[in-house]
Design a protein around this ligand. Structure first.
Ligand SMILES: NC(=O)c1ccc[n+]([C@@H]2O[C@H](COP(=O)([O-])OP(=O)(O)OC[C@H]3O[C@@H](n4cnc5c(N)ncnc54)[C@H](O)[C@@H]3O)[C@@H](O)[C@H]2O)c1
Ligand SMILES: O=P(O)(O)OC[C@H]1O[C@H](O[C@H]2[C@H](O)[C@@H](O)[C@@H](O)O[C@@H]2CO)[C@H](O)[C@@H](O)[C@@H]1O
Ligand SMILES: [Mn+2]
Length: 443
């Protein structure tokens, strides 16, 4: 069986150890000959890499492992780039989430003004990595899940339209895992065939069937109408903010009971609720929660492995949730014709929506890339929401490409999450100051 060579771009990511362990768990279907890490922060990456080096020596000594900040070293002899960078890291995510709140607008990682600020930082970083891949391993594929995926996807469509890059997201995967658990499907979400449409972090399921073609939507809707995507209402086994999000899907669903919503729609349909409720304390947002938990725990686990000199009984946890990344890489490597949600150019798949939009829809994936499942016409409600949101995303990319203050002000003004052009301008001026080391200069 062919063995692949991958580089994880963003080797210092809190997700890297979980993904490495998940890759080892799936080595039977996606065998590896080489894993490399690449990051532009040597110190951060080395903390994770030293621990993963020990883990790989113990559990998969046949896999060549290295880590570097040198692009030529990182991107040479590669079949896949798995990219999960966070330009500005959590310090900037915290600003993305806190600055809008000073102006009465919620702060969020990928939605609203926070997502726009994040997008203006991410575009350059992702394009740079894509160019490294094409320079040193021109036949490789880039599987990108660096956020905000919607803006990054639009930027790669505009700037690198012919590149071998596929943009992906794990939110639908996480929600489908919950749907399958609600239904008690023995094979989990892979027992479901879904029809889904939207933008990244802005979509709806419109049809879900089991392998025999039975409609599963009624049973899922019955649960969601009462509990949202909380599987077991008695057990609160999620972090507080995630529990809120999965529970709020109940109210998001009520707005259109013909479909089932992506949880991120709460930020657009209930932005007042979010501002007044969702861990939206001006001094403590989701970024702080993650720094206090995931980031702290992952780096503590890495430190412990290095100090002990072994990964036996370590606290790294395999992120099987991320196995959708292996599904994608395996489908390309072995021409599996697997069906999965990808963020791709619409080109008529949604027949009554902008053909140049980057839409999140089911695709069939094989060694030649992806083929889109035809969705056809979408309802007026979703069409209207998506036209506004995709225009925001397009204006952000236009602002980045042209260095236009005006276009970015328009993007913020157009966002459903911002009440007026004056609030948009106040937020923009604060974000420009906070991002002066990351954004292109705006005129
Ligand atoms: N698509 C999805 O559904 C999904 C799911 C989870 C996480 N993510 C994304 O994965 C990314 C990583 O998340 P995290 O919380 O682990 O972040 P993190 O800050 O822990 O790690 C990100 C790493 O990227 C590195 N980096 C930043 N800019 C870089 C550049 N220009 N070149 C190379 N490396 C660079 C940082 O130094 C850091 O080590 C984020 O973008 C996050 O939003 C996406
Ligand atoms: O606030 P964070 O950093 O914990 O999560 C933000 C990311 O949320 C989604 O990914 C989730 C996934 O959907 C959920 O089920 C769980 O497995 O954790 C993942 C990462 O936390 C979303 O898809 C990403 O784009 C966000 O970055
Ligand atoms: Mn996502």
């Amino acid at each position: 069986m062919k063995k692949s060579s991958i580089v994880i771009a963003g080797g210092g990511s809190t997700f890297t150890p979980g993904i490495v362990m998940m890759l080892l768990d799936h080595a039977d279907r996606f065998p590896l000959r080489q894993i490399k890490f690449y990051d532009n922060d040597a110190e951060r990456q080395e903390k994770i890499a030293k621990a993963c080096e020990i883990l790989l020596k113990e559990r998969a000594p046949e896999i060549a492992f290295s880590y570097t900040t040198d692009p030529k070293e990182a991107f040479t002899d590669i079949d896949f780039v798995m990219a999960h960078i966070r330009v500005g890291k959590y310090a900037m995510r915290e600003k993305d989430e806190k600055i809008p709140m000073k102006h009465g607008v919620f702060g969020q990682e990928t939605c609203g003004p926070g997502g726009i600020a994040y997008g203006m930082r991410s575009i350059g970083g992702v394009i740079e990595i894509l160019d490294y891949m094409e320079k040193y391993s021109p036949n490789a594929w880039m599987l990108n899940y660096s956020n905000p995926a919607a803006i990054v996807a639009e930027a790669t469509r505009r700037l690198r339209p012919n590149s071998k890059i596929i943009n992906i997201c794990d939110m639908p995967v996480g929600i489908e895992d919950r749907m399958a658990e609600i239904l008690g499907l023995p094979g989990g979400r892979k027992d479901m065939t879904v029809r889904y449409y939207g933008l990244n972090h802005f979509g709806w399921w419109c049809d879900i069937r089991d392998k025999d073609g039975n409609d599963l939507m009624p049973r899922i809707k019955e649960h969601v109408a009462k509990y949202g995507y909380i599987v077991n209402p008695e057990a609160h086994n999620d972090e507080a903010s995630w529990n809120d999000t999965f529970g709020k899907a109940k109210d998001v669903y009520a707005v259109d009971p013909d479909t089932l919503p992506n949880t991120y729609l709460k930020y657009y349909l209930f932005s007042d609720y979010v501002f007044n409720h969702d861990n939206q304390h001006p001094d403590h947002t989701r970024a702080n929660e993650v720094m206090e938990h995931r980031e702290k725990n992952v780096f503590a686990a890495a430190k412990e492995i290095v100090e002990k000199g072994t990964a036996v009984d370590c606290k790294f946890q395999s992120d099987d949730h991320a196995s959708y990344i292996v599904d994608l890489a395996e489908a390309i490597a072995f021409n599996k014709k697997a069906r999965m949600l990808l963020i791709v150019p619409n080109d008529g798949a949604i027949s009554n929506f902008d053909p140049t939009a980057m839409v999140e829809i089911p695709c069939i994936v094989g060694s030649n890339g992806y083929e889109k499942v035809c969705i056809g016409k979408i309802p007026q409600f979703q069409k209207g929401l998506m036209e506004q949101q995709v225009s925001v995303e397009k204006l952000v990319v236009e602002a980045w490409i042209t260095g236009s203050y005006q276009k970015l002000w328009q993007a913020l003004t157009l966002s459903k999450t911002v009440p007026s052009a004056s609030v948009a301008k106040a937020i923009l001026d604060d974000l420009i100051e906070a991002n002066k080391d990351y954004w292109p200069e705006l005129k």
